[in-house]
Design a protein. Sequence first.
Length: 405
Amino acid sequence: MTDPVHVAVIYTDAGGGHRASAFALKACLEGSGRYRVSLINPYTTLIPHLDLFSRFGSRTGENIYNEVILRQGRTGLTCWLFYAALRLNYVFCERPAISILARHFEDIRPDVVLSVMPLGNRVMLEALKRYRATITDGLLPEGAVMITDWAELARGVWFPNRADYHAICGTQDALRNAEKLPKLAGKVHAMGGLLIRPEFTNPAERASKQALNLDPARPVVTVLYGAQGSMRMLELAKAMRDVPHTAQVVFLCGRNEALAGELRTMDLPYPVQVLGFTDKVAQYLSASDLFIGKPGPGSTSEAMALGLSMLLDTSLALPQEAAVLRHVVKTGAGQAFSTSADFSQHFKAAITAIESGQARQPLAANTSPADILEIMDRIGASRVPAAGSLQPTGELPRTRHVSRA
């Protein structure tokens, strides 16, 4: 029996999207029985001492991003300054980070190293290059980067211009970013959508309203502002109070316990469920008629796959989420709002459409769970023998490009 291919997935807990993508990879790959996945957050397990934010301050870089940028909604200048500081952190600490990561690869011996986080991919690839140089027998490991944003915010944020890795893209915007790099020719792979967990694409795993203690006769609205939540949800709860409707509203607050507590004490005229961090996001979204939240690429992709109407908040959009907003508005998959007045207007229109049976969007078929298996099979087959090894070289099939708006 052939041993499963060992994939090391490099991720970060800065925001919820990278972690969600890492766990989606693990579910898809290990579910096939052909892969074994190790999840590695280098910031917490390997190089926490190289975090200059915690060395010279009281918070780690991940904490600043989660608690200041996301939870406090500082998505403008403060966010840009944070990104610049994070990039400088990599520049100053690159050499020791490469050495530590390379030694870890020697310890765990992965067949493929796949990153689902930005900015640090040169470090990952240099560490993999150093590890490859120590291998004298068997097949050499491959490197890959799977972008979890809709598009690159700037050149090199996700995809270094080098030839020693594969680029995996879930949107046409990201595909164009990668294909502009000549050194990546033949190593760019397309998925039919950003990677989401299989339960978002499998009708058999969708939940009924009754199973979630929701009234089957009422529309369901789900409000989600990522894993950190946002106090903006309090403002939206009040705005929905002032618009006559028959909907029931689910507030998914993530790890923001203060937000959940305030929502539970509000006197609202419509039925409400308030949840903290939960592993039932797929079930609640599948039972919903309308999604309201920030334009995160992951949650937006999940809502699109389930055919939900969407209202996306531009006021808290991160710089890299502008591409998501452009796509959603351009394709008519949803509407964008910034002020409470904008929201109330769009909410009233969306609820009216839902109650008349006209709101549900056509399903945007997301084939990423199946696509990632096919892509990883090709990447695994492309591994070449180390010097001195007699194993045959694998053949890399031609990359399949999926048409995607």
